[in-house]
Design a protein around this ligand. Structure first.
Ligand code: F6P
Ligand code: MN
Length: 305
């Protein structure tokens, strides 16, 4: 049953600048979907800073989001996964943001879910994920959802079409918590390149814990399963990629912030929570493990931590 509260009403208790920024992000990402069919194939001539091919939709999403977010006058700097260098906004603007403009690009051509990840800070890097003022993600699935937190509860909204033609985000779940019983897990990378210890841990998730393997290949979609059903998600350190695949600033910090605010835990495979890792280089990758607290605790024990 849909709540009657709109996103705008829900944001009303926040400082005006933060509410406007989140509302603008929600509005742009809502409008963007109508243009997706135009950019379903093709790549840009130049690869991105990681040497990966940039899909037409990646490039278009990045430009659309950056242009519109800068226009609010609220953004001092944007660090984007798709930009060689951060883009500067007004010097006196209150926020520095991180953007994964299209999370799950490999799912564009297959018409599987993909999304957007946003991190909002008041200061510039170096700082930690724990310094986030807010984090949000958009998930384009069969329905279009937005999840945000400002550190006080995790809330989910769904794009709702009114009979008079209006379209708004309506509250779907407020103060979300990971269910107590972990049900699903997803792990990225090739199993034969995981460490032996980690492979054993993953095997026990279905063998002993009776959890179901579910892997979409889009971080926000895989995380959404953990948030709703309880479980575990990881893109671990692998042979050949000791830092994993996911990016600390654009992907891991914002979703760990949401996960921990929903009662879950995150781990960097080394020292502790992803949120306590100092972000010196916005483009750095990091191994990521997140999900229900007791699953993460067990993982730490089995990996010798
Ligand atoms: O942004 C990187 C990403 O697309 C994530 O959304 C996803 O978790 C991961 O890569 C999937 O990687 P792979 O294709 O190796 O499974
Ligand atoms: Mn991504």
């Amino acid at each position: 049953m849909l709540g009657i509260k709109t996103l705008k009403e829900h944001l009303a208790i926040l400082p005006d600048d933060l509410a406007t920024l989140i509302e603008t992000f929600a509005q742009i990402s809502m409008d963007m979907q109508t243009n997706f069919p135009k950019y379903l194939s093709g790549v840009e001539n130049e690869p991105n800073k990681y040497g990966e091919a940039v899909a037409k939709l990646d490039a278009w999403a990045n430009k659309t989001l950056c242009d519109n977010l800068l226009q609010t006058g609220l953004v001092r700097k944007i660090y984007s996964e798709e930009l060689q260098t951060p883009v500067e906004g007004r010097e006196d603007a209150p926020f520095v943001i991180t953007l994964d403009p299209l999370d799950g690009s490999s799912n564009i051509t297959t018409n599987n879910a993909f999304g957007i990840i946003l991190g909002i800070y008041r200061s510039d890097f170096p700082q930690k994920g724990r310094d986030l003022v807010a984090a949000a993600y958009k998930l384009y699935g069969p329905v279009n959802t937005l999840v945000y937190t400002t550190g006080k509860g995790v809330h989910e909204f769904v794009k709702h079409y009114y009979e008079d033609g209006a379209v708004r985000f309506l509250l779907l779940h407020e103060n979300m918590k990971l269910p107590i019983k972990p049900e699903v897990f997803g792990v990225g990378g090739k199993p034969m390149q995981w460490s032996g210890n980690f492979r054993e841990f993953a095997k026990n998730l279905f063998k002993e814990k009776k959890m179901r393997p579910r892997y979409c290949g889009t971080f926000v979609a895989d995380f959404s399963q953990v948030l709703h059903r309880g479980g575990f998600f990881s893109y671990p350190s692998t042979e050949g990629a000791p830092d994993g695949k996911l990016r600390l600033a654009y992907e891991c910090a914002p979703l760990s912030f949401i996960c921990e605010n929903a009662g879950g835990a995150s781990w960097d495979g080394r020292s502790g929570s992803i949120l306590d890792v100092q972000i010196e280089d916005a483009d750095a990758r990091i191994p990521l493990y997140l999900g229900n607290k007791e699953v993460i605790e067990e993982l730490k024990k089995t990996q010798g931590n």
